[in-house]
Design a protein around this ligand. Structure first.
Ligand code: FEO
Length: 400
């Protein structure tokens, strides 16, 4: 009898058997406007192998897709490339059903699976170690801190295919399984968003990994991540994007992120943006009431400057800015210059606090705390002119 969910063939011997989550909109604080997929892969070698599983709650979809190809009991080996719950949540139940002869993970993965589920009997595979799948050989590469300590890649040289767990992935629910079936603008935005929100803090590790991939001469025709589409035949495209994002070279794009109580800080943001444009820069204005912290991180990825506008509320930075700046600080963006501005009623600490947070993030501030453009209540033309000059001044310090 036909299965309700079917596997998708990637190569003669490799199938996608993951799950599509059309409904998720918040992935531990990351706004997933287009949903996501939890990708798992089946290798039909003599020793049938399952690479990763899916989030708990999606086990039925995984098993149905496996059954569309083989009886799950034929699976001999399970590889866990990454222990985070979106890929291991179904692993204990899958082991119960499949009864594989072998489950493998990196050394840190063995530990993580034990600490997550009390799981025992998982075999550690070392960096560069190979496993004979019978007619195919799998090679494991540790990718520590991309983005967890346990993370690893699995490479099938015979198939020229890389299972890259979270690396090169994106949160995108679609029935299209391959990158060349999807619009470029969707791929470019979602891949950048994934990098900015998940991998950005580990950019130095990304650089080392890309160098190592070059040294090893790995040139996969397929890159199979744990989220989103499989990169098919255009793997250089995503690899070169990662090289660019890891560098985070400054551009003349200025991200102006603000919130407002009675419209004063909003007016100031508009004037800063006009100043940016007047000096030949590109302004991206982000009103936080209508945007998410994840969108801010994505826009900052290819920016040269971050300018923050905040009212003062109860002597503090406005709460939405507090949230977003805390989030950005953890992502460790590099090579940014910055400034702050904002309105206030009687005390005016908000923009000063934001200035301090940016400074702690390593943003090179173009103004001292006593030079912050601030407006008591409603900005007059003089204040708005100062905002415009601030925008132009920031652009003047960026590459053309
Ligand atoms: Fe998709 Fe780090 O889990």
């Amino acid at each position: 009898m036909a299965e309700p969910f079917e596997a998708v063939r990637i190569t003669d011997r490799v199938y996608w058997v993951g799950a599509i989550d059309w409904a998720i909109r918040d992935f531990h604080g990351y706004s997933t406007d287009r949903g996501t997929t939890y990708n798992a892969y089946l290798i039909k070698a003599d020793r049938v192998t399952l690479v990763d599983t899916v989030k708990a709650g999606f086990m039925d979809q995984l098993m149905s897709r496996v059954r569309s190809v083989i009886d799950p009991g034929e699976i001999d080996i399970i590889v866990s490339n990454h222990a985070e719950m979106d890929h291991s949540g179904s692993l204990p139940a899958a082991i119960d059903v499949i009864r594989p002869s072998k489950v493998v993970a990196s050394e840190m993965g063995v530990r993580a699976l034990n600490e997550h589920f009390g799981m025992e009997g998982v075999d550690a595979v070392g960096d560069g170690e190979t496993l004979d799948l019978g007619g195919l050989e799998a090679t494991f590469y540790e990718t520590r801190m991309l983005h967890w300590p346990d993370s690893m890649f699995t490479y099938l040289a015979d198939e020229e295919l890389l299972f890259s767990q979270d690396g090169f992935g994106m949160h995108l629910a679609s029935t299209e399984r391959f990158s060349d079936e999807l619009p470029d603008r969707v791929l470019d935005w979602e891949a950048a968003k994934y990098y900015a929100n998940i991998l950005l803090p580990y950019s130095p590790v990304v650089k080392k990994l890309l160098a190592r991939v070059g040294e090893l001469g790995l040139k996969p025709r397929h890159v199979c991540p744990d989220h989103g589409p499989v990169w098919r035949g255009e793997t250089e495209r995503i690899v070169s994007a990662y090289a660019r994002w890891a560098e985070q070279s400054p551009t003349n794009k200025v991200v102006i992120v603000y919130d407002t109580m009675w419209g004063s800080t909003a007016k100031m943001a508009q004037a800063v943006a006009d100043g940016v444009a007047s000096a030949g820069g590109s302004a991206k204005v982000i009103p936080l009431r209508a945007s998410t912290r994840s969108d801010v991180a994505t826009e900052v990825l290819d920016a040269g400057a971050l300018v923050v506008g905040t009212p003062t509320l109860n002597n503090q930075v406005f709460p939405t800015l507090g949230d977003t700046l805390t989030y950005l600080k953890g992502l460790k963006p590099r090579n940014l210059i910055g400034a702050t501005f904002g309105s206030y009623g009687w005390s005016g600490e908000g923009a000063k606090h934001a200035h301090e947070i940016l400074r702690e993030m390593g943003v090179e501030m173009v103004q001292g705390q006593d030079e912050i453009v601030a407006s008591r209540y409603v900005p007059d033309d003089g204040v708005l002119r100062a905002c415009r000059e601030l925008g132009a001044d920031v652009v003047g310090r960026l590459p053309a």
